[in-house]
Design a protein around this ligand. Sequence first.
Ligand SMILES: [Mg+2]
Length: 417
Amino acid sequence: MNRKHHRIQKFNRRRFIQTAAALPFIVPALKQRLDAADSDMKIRRIEIFPARYPMTGHFKFFTGPHGSLGRAAIFVKMTTENGLVGWGQSVPIAKWSYETLETGTIALKDYFAPVLIGHDATDIAGAYKRMSTAIADGNTTGMPISRAGIDLAMHDLSGKAASKSLAQLWQRPQRDKLTLSWTLNPQTLDQVEPLMDAGRERGFKHFNIKVAPDPTFDVALAKAVRKYAPDTFLWADANGGYDPATALLAAPKLADAGVDVLEAPIKPNRISGYQALKKQGALPILMDEGVITPTDLREFIRLKMIDGVAMKHSRCGGLLSCKEQIEMILSEGMMWVGSGLTDPDISLAGALGIYGAYGLTKPAALNGPQFLTADVFKEPFKVEDGTLRIPTGPGLGIEVDETKVRELSKGVSYVIE
Ligand SMILES: [Mg+2]
């Protein structure tokens, strides 16, 4: 053995002994660093894509400024430090609330996203607080529909990190499918039967009607639908379109015509009107518009304004808020039905997840598949026999095809990191 080799061997032996002695300290430290890298769920990047889904059929809510048509949607792609990607979608409708495609995009890219960079993607309640520091609450939480896109992306990431579906994340039973209700928004009575036939051809058995402001037309519409569908769940939504006196006149007549529930007969700030309608007791009175946070709902229940709520996670500011409200309704023994905002696919996946997890029994007014003609999934949702399959994969259980998102947003996107 020459001297050089001996030196190397001695050095290696010494290094080995030193390294071995340090192993009990190095290994845990290394493992900790690897664990931290794997589990680093801090939000690194948020990308926002504003878009409009093309539509089919008449639905009074979906005309935009400058002649634009289609269902507005703002995609939220959220990436964490460890490289997980979650998708969400905000679904503003200018003709339903004050949030628009344009204001929602600004709220997300300039206000909400910047305060969430570096925040733990699994801390959804904490994100709600951060967003409220960026845009202050008004009467209740501001820009809830825009915020719901963030909530969805965070639920998608939380589920993916834990390898759990929404139902599993919430320790609720996983159900496989949800029955849908077909939305009727005829402009004349002779459109009723053809519109119902179109629904029946796609396997739908249940119908919801849009009513107000004209109670005479509404009663005739309800009778026509009831005649053609005697045994189904018939749900009338006025979208706050009656005044209190008209609503009090309309409710018993709608009940006689065969309507099962009356949703949003008047605007949400007509508190005494709601109290009078509930007291009248002609139909179960549900609210939709104006119920944003669990605190709002608690107050409306205390004030004896309602018999239940039409839920939708987008209106509530997201799934977390919606879930608390469903739990409140269940613990009060009140009624809830599941509706939506003509949700495009990502938002729809959130609705299916929560309605499935909480065992919705009434047919859901999720009419995105009825009215929208585009999708962004690798495997698009398919309505079969009037039902939709509830995703069971991790998070929202969806696989988004980003090429389709970029096509719909016509290449417009904003990156916040
Ligand atoms: Mg409604």
